[in-house]
Design a protein around this ligand. Structure first.
Ligand code: HEC
Ligand code: HEC
Length: 293
């Protein structure tokens, strides 16, 4: 019976540490953040209820505003435009309608710095390299702009592929700033697409190992709204849909922690082994003591 008492004392204090002290310390070090908001309800609803028209969006993008003067995109099966290094290499827009949330995408076109929550970086005459949308160049965002942005978003959605691999989502959403070099040990194509250190004021880290140093929850909260975790950070908000964001985090897991499924599959076997081992140890001990008494 003495053993049981000792066990009870050890179990009690372990329990206090595990369920009491550790979670408390954790909440102090990492205060709770609200869950990611994939409706982007805090960004301006710039389309203001307007329904987009695909054909009009096409002529706005390709003829009137020529987004292809800075971006590449695939229209009617052919790639148009050229990507440019403007301190940051511009992303291809073909997948934008799939990976970005519509409301965020519209808000980004209307005012990139505001939607991406990096206005604090563009002060004293510095402007975001992608100019805010203004159909009539009248300096205000009116009903005509709302309709045009709705049309542009409708067109981007119409040209987007129906699905992408995890790696492709990462490439379109993150790789213009971040490398993930372990993703391609031999070819090296997963390095960052350009050097953004001057544009960003800091060098974005290689993301190969972030799945290990940060939790999944942190990554989702951070991508969805970086300022929640790093106030005043240089990293813009990347308004991914929930499924695109899951794909990005899955890709980080494939690259940085590919043995996780095996490791997790091992756990039940290992625990089973411990239980059986404990049983034998106890039987052995009981036998020895029986002889001693
Ligand atoms: C003068 C060059 C320029 C033009 C013209 C331009 N863009 Fe951009 N765009 C950029 C740059 C630079 C970035 C990358 C900014 C960054 O990562 O900080 C960007 C990023 C984007 C993104 C990525 C958004 C995100 O959250 O990651 C989208 C979508 C986009 N542009 C759409 C458009 C559309 C649609 C048009 C045409 C109406 C357009 N752009 C015209 C320069 C331009
Ligand atoms: C326009 C450039 C840009 C894009 C696009 C971008 N990031 Fe970042 N990211 C940064 C910069 C700059 C930092 C460094 C932030 C700092 O030090 O304030 C950063 C930091 C990070 C960090 C480190 C956070 C920490 O706790 O230290 C993670 C993780 C991250 N980014 C993930 C992503 C993912 C995933 C994507 C794609 C969905 C992405 N980023 C897209 C610029 C970017």
């Amino acid at each position: 019976m003495r053993e049981l008492k000792i066990f009870a004392v050890v179990a009690f204090f372990t329990g206090v540490l595990y369920w009491g002290v550790e979670p408390f310390a954790h909440t102090q070090l990492h205060p709770h953040k609200p869950a990611p908001d994939y409706t982007f309800s805090d960004t301006d609803d710039v389309r203001n209820g307007k329904i987009g028209d695909v054909a009009s969006g096409k002529s706005l993008i390709v003829d009137q505003f020529q987004c292809q003067s800075c971006h590449t995109l695939t229209v009617d099966g052919a790639q148009i435009g050229a990507s440019m290094d403007m301190g940051v290499v511009t992303p291809d827009l073909t997948s934008a309608g799939l990976i970005y949330d519509e409301r965020y995408l519209a808000a980004f076109i209307a005012n990139p710095a505001k939607a991406a929550q990096v206005e604090h970086k563009f002060v004293d005459g510095a402007a975001h390299p992608m100019t805010s949308f203004d159909l009539a160049y009248d300096g205000t965002f009116g009903d005509d702009d709302a309709q045009a942005v709705a049309d542009i978003v409708a067109f981007l959605k119409s040209i987007a592929p129906s699905s992408l691999t995890n790696k492709e989502v990462f490439a379109d959403a993150c790789q213009r700033c971040h490398g993930i070099k372990y993703g391609d040990f031999y070819g090296g194509t997963m390095a960052a697409k350009g050097d953004v250190s001057t544009y960003m004021g800091t060098t974005p880290p290689d993301l190969s190992q972030y799945i290990r140093s940060r939790s999944k929850g942190f990554l989702h909260e951070f991508i969805n709204e970086p300022g929640k975790h790093l106030h005043g950070t240089a990293m813009p908000r990347v308004g991914l849909t929930e499924s695109a964001e899951n794909q990005v985090v899955s890709y980080m897991e494939e690259v940085g922690d590919s043995s996780k499924p095996q490791r997790e599959a091992l756990a039940p076997n290992f625990l089973g082994y411990l239980v059986i081992f404990a049983l034998f140890a106890w039987l052995w001990k009981a036998k020895i003591w029986r002889e001693v008494h």
